[in-house]
Ligand binder design. Structure first.
Ligand code: ATP
Ligand code: MG
Length: 566
């Protein structure tokens, strides 16, 4: 399933410029060692793809003096699960990247991280604080006032060491004590006001089991894990910018580290019409507002994979958005553009009618069947041609007919003429309705002289070309028409701090129809891409399709979608 990422250098953004300068100066012996450090507390989303493409992309660009590690930042046992670890590995591979032998877990370093904390205690740079979490929060001060020192701040290294050992031994309850770095309670940077670096948590860890009841904080474990692995460039998103001084403080104050990484930040990807925080995505899954993490409406990599997005499209999207130092919002349209560009090259074409309306060609002989030869992919001759059956009764899409046409509507109208793609022109002679006034059938005549693109003689030029499916041959196929998950561009922002983003869920984000599709579709392999001509790109659902009974997910509509508002 994976499609390896090519090592094409991206244009030089500020991160790449900085790294190129390091390499030119021979820093770290010219090596570029990066890491992608997910916390296994949810499925990866399209935002993570930006970070994956950056970190793994850099290692490809700087090969062979380079590598990228996959490291699970599994320091929070209560929210982490093996299911997430496995899905993350699958998603990174699917995007086309390979960590080789460099798979790591922060939990592998628990013993070393503990030793570094003891070292800080011995140097007088860390202390055990007995204050409650509330007291610690209250005494941190504000942006304009300094914090107040804890009454336990001046404990001796010996006392601290003994208490920290007892914390590890499980002698205290959750929250009873913490270990804090002793930095500066008056620092203008709140992250330096004696941050908590260890907490007590009597919880089972998915890898270390019950070996530990104290766990390092992310801000402590992250830089030290980077250093232990010899990471040279630790690239993260902007919200960590104010954590950088703490990162540097730890790297500078812990002795015996094998590496000296540095951290730089770039703006995270924000995308319109979706939410990207794992916490919010988890809520959608847990509350049953979507059908699981891989629901094709989700911005998760497993969701968009199931929708039919391709790794190449995501990589080219990530390359196009580039890296900046300022927060921004990217249009979902841009991502869809890259998906179309890629699928246009390799998706096979078929004729599918999503909203069928029957057409009877009254002058076409009953019982006759002919086969029209059509290209499987006009973008790639090597994909060959196929024979599409054509007969007296056809289906066309209801959107391709208007009884009372609006201005600019160039498809079928009563008395009007339209071309059936790759076949001939037809004229609508009569509109048949049921008792309720619904159109049940269009009776048309065809003009045999208009085959192979020949123009009608003695009648006006035909402006529209539509697709069709032979009624007797059509397969009935379930098609899931996915649309945007939310109705507003920024559900988070628009809901505000206290609001609920789920109020903006799009009630029409999934419509299921039974489409009439040319019979060749029945042999579609699960996980294959098609363009339903004039309609959009569709993907044979890899989970729910059965042999001979594919189910299709709409990946994306064609940009020049043929739907006209009525
Ligand atoms: P979330 O906010 O979705 O829970 P996170 O930052 O907590 O994400 P992590 O598992 O810690 O998730 O992320 C792993 C890496 O992916 C981090 O280096 C993080 O900076 C990066 N990352 C997360 N979200 C984005 C995003 N939207 N754009 C770019 N990089 C991201
Ligand atoms: Mg995180």
């Amino acid at each position: 399933m994976s499609d390896p990422a090519p090592a094409t250098p991206a244009s030089l953004d500020f991160i790449r410029e900085m790294i190129a300068a390091d390499v030119a100066a021979g820093r770290n012996g010219g090596q570029v060692i990066t890491r992608f450090p997910p916390e296994p507390n949810g499925y990866l989303h399209i935002g993570h793809a930006k970070s994956i493409c950056l970190n793994f992309g850099l290692s490809l660009e700087h090969a062979p003096n380079s590598r990228c590690h996959l490291r699970f930042d599994d320091t929070n046992p209560t929210k982490e699960e093996v299911e997430y670890v496995e899905s993350i590995m699958e998603d990174v591979k699917w995007l086309g990247f390979d960590w080789g032998d460099h798979l790591f877990y922060a939990s592998d370093y628990f013993e070393k991280l503990y030793g570094f904390a003891v070292q800080l205690i011995e140097k007088g740079l860390a202390y055990v604080d007995d204050q409650t979490p509330e007291q610690i929060r209250e005494t941190r001060g504000t942006l304009t006032t300094p914090g107040t020192a804890s009454p336990f701040r001046e404990r001796s290294p010996e006392e601290n060491k003994a208490l920290f050992a007892r914390m590890r031994a499980g002698e205290f309850q959750n929250g009873e004590k913490v270990l804090r770095a002793k930095i500066d309670m008056a620092s203008p940077n709140m992250n330096l006001r004696d941050p908590v670096i260890y907490r007590i948590l009597h919880a089972h860890h998915h890898r270390t089991g019950d070996a530990w009841c104290i766990y390092p904080m992310y801000d402590y474990a992250h830089p030290l894990s980077d250093a232990l692995e010899g990471i040279t460039h630790s690239l993260c998103t902007l919200e960590f910018e104010h954590h950088r001084p703490l990162y540097e403080w730890l790297i500078n104050n812990v002795d015996g580290l094998p590496g000296a990484p540095y951290q730089r930040e770039f703006a995270r990807l924000n995308l319109t019409y979706t939410v990207m925080s794992k916490r919010k995505l988890l809520r959608l899954v847990k509350d049953g507002l979507v059908n699981g993490w891989d629901d094709p409406r989700m911005p998760t990599l497993s969701g968009i994979r199931r929708r039919g997005y391709t790794p190449a499209a995501i990589r080219s999207f990530c390359k196009a958005i580039g890296l900046t130092k300022y927060p921004s919002l990217t249009e979902l349209n841009l991502l869809e553009h890259h998906v179309r560009e890629d699928l246009n090259k390799h998706a096979l074409r078929v004729y599918a009618v999503l909203k069928p309306i029957k057409v009877v060609l009254t002058n076409y002989p009953e019982g006759q069947v002919e086969h029209v030869e059509v290209p499987n992919n006009p973008e790639n001759e090597a994909d060959g041609k196929r024979q599409v059956p054509l007969s007296r009764e056809l289906y066309i899409d209801a959107d391709d007919f208007m009884e009372t046409p609006v201005q600019g509507f160039h498809r079928l109208v009563p008395g009007g003429e339209v071309r059936l793609k790759y076949a001939f022109c037809i004229i609508c002679q009569e509109v048949i309705k049921d008792a309720a006034g619904n159109i049940t059938e269009l009776r048309c005549t065809y003009d045999d002289a208009t085959r192979h693109g020949a123009k009608p003689i003695g009648r006006p030029k035909v402006k529209g070309t539509i697709h069709w499916v032979s009624a007797a041959h059509a397969a009935d196929v379930e098609v899931r028409l996915y649309d945007k998950l939310f109705t507003v561009e920024q559900p988070d922002e628009q809901a505000g701090e206290d609001g609920d983003f789920t109020q903006f869920l799009n009630p029409a984000s999934l419509e299921v129809v039974t489409a009439k599709i040319e019979p060749s579709i029945l042999s579609a392999k699960p996980g294959s891409h098609y363009q339903f001509e004039r309609v959009g790109y569709f993907f044979a659902d890899p989970k729910d399709s059965q042999p001979g009974k594919p189910i299709f997910n709409r990946t994306v509509q064609l940009k020049d979608g043929f739907v006209v508002k009525k």
